[in-house]
Design a protein around this ligand. Structure first.
Ligand code: BEZ
Length: 204
């Protein structure tokens, strides 16, 4: 398998942490996007994913899969694993919703990052940045208050949650998301020590 990859992307990291948890990371060849910017087409990625977004996975059968949700489901299927994404419907849809919550937080954090770090200063829209901040805070509160059972084990939802918390530390070191969220802080402290997280560190 080949994966269009950028080490800073929390969406990519989610996929790679899962691959390590499934013990299949060595089956994935990473295709580095190089500098990845939102205002231009990355031809290498776009040749496989018309949306030009990462991650995109090329399977050994030559199919292209995106986005990270579909890739996670595929990797569990490929590895024959029913623990990280169980069939039992109550758990399954809770875990998938947790995954969507974490992906929504990634969307807010990455969009805000592009607006504040990439977009020319005179074109920035402070109200839009503030809206992303509100979204991030509300999502973090929800992670703190409503997902203890799902965060208690490794699964496709808790992996995505850990990936977005790591991204917030990486890009938003000034936001103390741990403050007043002791359960989430404890979850991340523990999860960040898993070999799958250690093996997929963000760039320095
Ligand atoms: C980042 O540098 O924050 C980033 C890079 C690629 C995808 C998403 C985020």
């Amino acid at each position: 398998m080949k994966l269009h990859h950028n080490p800073a992307s929390p969406f990519v990291r989610t996929v790679m942490v899962l691959a390590h948890e499934l013990n299949i990371a060595d089956q994935i060849e990473e295709i580095d996007t190089g500098v990845f910017l939102p205002d231009r087409v990355n031809e290498g990625v776009a040749s496989d994913n018309p949306l030009g977004k990462i991650p995109a996975l090329i399977t050994d059968h030559g199919s292209v899969l995106y986005d990270s949700r579909v890739i996670c489901e595929y990797l569990c299927h490929h590895a024959g694993n029913k623990e990280l994404l169980p069939d039992e419907p109550v758990s399954r849809f809770r875990i998938l919703t947790l995954q969507s919550l974490a992906i929504g937080l990634m969307d807010a954090g990455v969009s805000r990052r592009y607006e504040t770090a990439v977009r020319p200063e005179e074109k920035r829209w402070p109200e839009w940045v503030a809206r992303q901040h509100v979204r991030m805070e509300a999502g973090l509160d929800d992670l703190e208050n409503n997902w203890a059972d799902e965060l208690a084990s490794a699964n496709v939802g808790s992996i995505a949650a850990a990936a977005v918390l790591a991204y917030f530390d990486f890009r938003y070191g000034d936001i103390d998301w741990r403050d007043a969220r002791p359960r989430l802080a404890a979850f991340y402290q523990d999860f960040a020590q898993r070999p799958s997280m250690v093996a997929t560190q963000l760039p320095a």
